[in-house]
Design a protein around this ligand. Sequence first.
Ligand code: 39S
Ligand code: ZN
Length: 765
Amino acid sequence: MVRSANLGFPRVGAFRELKHAVEAYWKGQSSEAELQQVAKDLRAAHWKLQQDAGIDVIPSNDFSFYDQVLDMIATVGAVPERYNHQAGLVDLTTYFAMARGRQQDGQDVVAMEMTKWFDTNYHYIVPEFKASTSFALSSTKAVDQFKEAKALGIQTRPVILGPVTFLLLGKSYEEGFDQLSLLPSLLPVYAELLKALEAEGATDVQIDEPCLVLDLSADAKAAYQNAFEQLAGHTNLQLHLATYFDGLRDNAALAFGLPVASVHLDLRRAPSQLEAALNAVKPTQKLSLGVVDGRNIWKNNLNASLEVVQKAVEKLGSDRVIVAPSCSLLHSPVDLDSEQKLDAELKGWLSFAKQKLAEVVLIARAAAGERDDAAFAANAEAIRARETSPRIHNPAVKERVSGAVAADLQRDSAFEKRITLQKASLNLPPLPTTTIGSFPQTQEVRAARAKFKKGELSREQYDAFLEEETTRCIRIQEEMDIDVLVHGEFERNDMVEYFGEKLEGFAFSQFGWVQSYGSRCVKPPIIFGDVSRPEAMTVRWAEFAQKQTSRLMKGMLTGPVTILQWSFVRDDQPRSETCKQIAFAIRDEVVDLEKAGIKVIQIDEAALREGLPLRRGDWKQYLDWAVDSFRITAGGVKDETQIHTHMCYSEFNDIIEAVAAMDADVISIETSRSAMELLDAFVAFKYPNEIGPGVYDIHSPRVPKQEEMESLLHKALDVLTPEQIWVNPDCGLKTRGWAEVKPALEGMVKAAKNVRQELKNRQAA
Ligand code: 39S
Ligand code: ZN
């Protein structure tokens, strides 16, 4: 019998119940027992939902209060010293201290680092490793949750993050230390965990090793061999190896050579790997086929998937084939049935986590000879309707992209000439100060927007509220004496969703939440058709804001790659094509802002780096169209108009050429946590344009001292010319509170002024 499996279910809840419970606990509004109860109820509901859907293999331990990598850190007791964890179980306070830092009860510790999970918009907590790191089983979570499901009569397959991916995703803070050298001391803890699961009656375990889809060193390959041999030797559990987000490619022989009972493949991202897998799979192994997209929201083409599954069944027999989503459904919204506002036609094209499980079951049953003809016919009709819908095609948009010429990608003049004209026109002091765009999205702002959406505030009332907030934000910046102001973005729910709501070819959901980090969620818009801009999207607020001040007001836009990366993207044409369509829409907005008198315009490409393909050999093709898309957005304005861009986080070394090729006049980057080390790439490359290396870490509630920011500026001045440098925080301020933002920015402006004075004195001397 062909079986159906799931690799993980969204933990946040259809209405973000977990977010609300966790945040209430953090605020001291509820007890740990109350939080645990909400979590337990959610888990029970999710297991039940999967059971009702007919899924044969249901996961457990996919639940997390914050992140599954942090869960593994706690499980193996890899708690960094600063959290003062003594031996024994890691409690919830220590767990959340690692995630968010803690300033309470005499403790003052910073959070662990957070970074993007492969090429998703999900963030994981980065394990910290040193030569002295030791491990001990320090959490009973995996075992507890297995037992919890069992008590409900559901036999689950626990999911754990594999030991090699766990080590590879970590960071070593000691020069030359190789974290894989910790494998021998880590494996016994994994073995102990497997033994504990077995003792409670588990028969199978899913081991996630997504690093198997990356370019691997010889050491990493050896670590895989070694790790799985040891684990298999210490347990009677069936080990199920899960890979996802790309194909195994040259690691296929390695993966199938491991002593595992099955291997899971992502056949959405890498359908062509099936052939090699069918040849490499050993007679004792099963193959798990990830045919339903866990990363996107389109209805599965059941006939196409069935064909793939049947091909495997023919070769392996039905007992050795498993049907599954391509990866954990963590990256999907929960339930399409909650959506009340999507039009029926569009809704008919979509599938969220709950619907995906039904698809998996339909495919598995059909492959086992029990095809639900009615469901297959309805599905075929939905697929056909989407393919032929006039709503997805706009010939004018297609023509504009295919007709793009070199001139569309070029500013009129080279940077040297532009910057001279800009300096004359903008008349800024040296080391000009600015912010990245957003100011605190307070409860009040969100509540007003929610009221407006519910019809409890009229358009006029909501606009009046926003005008008041914007004006106040401008006055505050003027009082602080910031040079280039922003309007604060109070009218925006999210830097991507806001644009999605205004562009043609996009749809948006009411409850399509996906976890981004911890309790924070995003609601990615859905790009279903050719993208165009029916009317200006930001000019009203930019114009209003500029009228309130004699200072320069910066126009704020999200760039095409970031909009693409943080949306659910249509899968019926290349991403590059969709990206260029968005680029032309943004270009028109840039031109309109210029016409409205805005002289400085920022086009954020926060997600440019995370969009990089996972294999290096695929990078160039991506970077080519990503850079071209950005250049299309900026190519329509006069030399005098200054184009800024912003990129979140670090690691520019390997893409610095592409960043330079974007040719933004000014780029702001995150550097404050890494003490300006990030600048190395810009210096080594002799980056010619202007740079705002962030001097203030906005990801922490801590207010930086003025001297710290001055010292960071000195570091920047050691390697860059004074004419090149801008002074700004390292990201937008929307997640912070005014109480921290005000003193921090005041200190930042003072730091800039002090250093300006030093430069003046030096010149005079
Ligand atoms: N991806 C995207 N798309 N956008 C980003 O900014 C980022 N940044 C990085 C990387 N990826 C990104 C991740 N950082 C949040 C903050 C930072 C993030 C990601 C998410 C965040 O704050 N998310 C909010 C949250 O989890 C939701 C933001 C949102 O859409 O709470 N808010 C809406 C709004 O402001 C809806 C707010 C809401 O929940 O309008 N309203 C309540 C409701 O509808 C009512 C509120 C009230 O009455 O007080 O129930
Ligand atoms: Zn940022």
